[in-house]
Design a protein around this ligand. Structure first.
Ligand code: ADP
Ligand code: 5GP
Length: 190
């Protein structure tokens, strides 16, 4: 697969990675495009099919697994599948883009393994699990059940932080954005 460089963002849900990724996509000289994942979870209010995710049924998702259409996929939460489609990454590379991924920790480490010589894997770390809980509550997108699922998985995800190339602690958002911009400038603009 020909193409540009790869930047992977992983973090526990609520750590702020979507916010940081959106800021990086605004920086024109980075020439980044977002890899739209497929998922079997339902869209949140405001999320659009083909923009935030390709929303498909669990049945369709499993068919794509069988057809070997994914570079990587993970059942992040019970019955909620997420995965990176080969066709998506090929589409963005053909456009001459560097590709940015927002994936769970296992997916992030697997993408790094698939593209070892041209990827940078960044872990976004919340200041604490308690702060993560507050952010998820403030975002207002989770039910009590999905909040608990996310916090439970967060502890496992935090334990894998050291396997990433870089850890950004997202305490003060502006500082985290500035730090991320500097790191990406070093990686993408050399
Ligand atoms: P993720 O993509 O990692 O699940 P989001 O980017 O959706 O996380 O951020 C979760 C919530 O926390 C959002 O409401 C966002 O506005 C907020 N947030 C992000 N960074 C910070 C920060 N440094 N301090 C306080 N709130 C933050
Ligand atoms: P959310 O439901 O909050 O959008 O995402 C839940 C988790 O799934 C997040 O950690 C997000 O990064 C991860 N995720 C999104 N897309 C993918 C993907 O294509 N592959 C993997 N492995 N995880 C993904």
């Amino acid at each position: 697969m020909a193409g540009g460089k790869i930047v992977i963002f992983s973090a526990p849900s609520g750590a702020g990675k979507t916010t940081i990724v959106h800021e990086m996509l605004k920086i024109k000289e980075f020439n980044l495009a977002f890899s739209i994942s497929a998922t079997s979870r339902k869209p949140r209010p405001g999320e659009k099919n083909g923009v935030d995710y390709y929303f498909i049924s669990a049945q369709e998702f499993k068919k794509k697994i069988d057809n070997n259409e994914f570079i990587e996929w993970v059942e992040v939460y019970k019955n909620q599948y997420y995965g990176t489609l080969r066709s998506e990454v090929e589409r963005l590379f053909e456009m001459g883009k560097n590709v940015i991924f927002d994936v769970d920790v296992i997916g992030g480490l697997n993408i790094k393994k698939a593209f070892p010589d041209r990827s940078l894997a960044i872990f976004v770390k919340p200041p604490s699990i308690e702060e993560l809980r507050k952010r998820l509550l403030k975002r207002g997108t989770e039910t009590e059940e999905s909040l608990q699922k996310r916090l439970k998985r967060a502890e496992f995800e935090m334990s894998l932080a050291d396997k990433f190339d870089v850890i950004i602690v997202n305490d003060d958002l502006q500082k985290a954005i500035d730090q991320t911009r500097n790191i990406l400038a070093g990686f993408l603009l050399d």
